[in-house]
Design a protein around this ligand. Structure first.
Ligand code: ADP
Ligand code: ZN
Length: 204
């Protein structure tokens, strides 16, 4: 199975990807994670991407498409995967269409104010990547690791990311609806509740 996870920043795509990976044995391809990994290793790609990420803007299409193209080339035709954070523009979606056939696009629906609240309190584990809440934990509840806040999780940048989502990514909803691929999920509630909705949709 090949899926795209679509939704605003902070809609919970990464959290649901962890469940989907377990249940359906799908590889998780997160463009944001790939950029952050590159940045950690100070690669030219990472340093270039950082300029845009810190400003809450999209990394230019050519850079992202090249990176994703290389990533997809690692998979055999029968391998399943889910793309998290890609595509984010119509140009990226058209590029993807030329590379692979999708089985579905899961749209995570959350209102903007809920997102600002989520992201301003989001903390990520340095060791296992687990996402948690700074008001509830001071260490990772799953592995005891140290928690950190992403540079782009401050209110000003969050609002810019949301604006970019509405201006450049939201039109993908129509793009995929027109192709009969869209699976819409109400994404407020606990991660488990949301996953049971996702699992139900994928079954039918
Ligand atoms: P979020 O969905 O929480 O905004 P991500 O981790 O998916 O965060 O992405 C972080 C940043 O990486 C984005 O704000 C953007 O700058 C860059 N990025 C990730 N994926 C893409 C993409 N497909 N196209 C352009 N930029 C991207
Ligand atoms: Zn951890």
């Amino acid at each position: 199975m090949r899926l795209v996870l679509l939704g605003a920043p902070g809609a919970g795509k990464g959290t649901q990807a962890v469940f989907l990976k377990e249940r359906h044995n799908l590889a998780h391809i997160s463009t944001g994670d790939i950029f952050r990994e590159n940045l950690k290793n100070s690669t030219p790609l990472g340093l270039e991407a950082k300029k845009y990420m810190d400003a809450g803007q999209l990394v230019p299409d050519e850079i992202v498409m090249k990176m994703v193209g290389e990533k997809l080339a690692e998979f055999s035709p029968d391998d399943g995967f889910m793309l998290d954070g890609f595509p984010r523009t119509v140009a990226q979606a058209e590029f993807l269409e030329g590379k692979t056939k999708l089985d579905g696009v899961v749209l995570f629906k959350v209102n903007d104010e809920a997102i600002v609240k989520r992201l301003t309190s989001r903390a990520v584990c340095k060791d296992c990547g687990n996402v948690t809440n700074i008001h509830e934990h001071d260490k990772c509840p799953s592995c005891g690791g140290e928690l950190y806040r992403r540079d782009d999780d401050n209110e000003e940048t969050i609002r810019k990311r949301l604006k970019v989502f509405h201006e450049q990514t939201e039109e993908l909803i129509e793009f995929y609806r027109a192709r009969n691929l869209l699976l819409e999920v109400e994404a407020e509630g606990t991660p488990e509740e949301i996953f049971s909705r996702v699992a139900g949709m994928l079954k039918s």
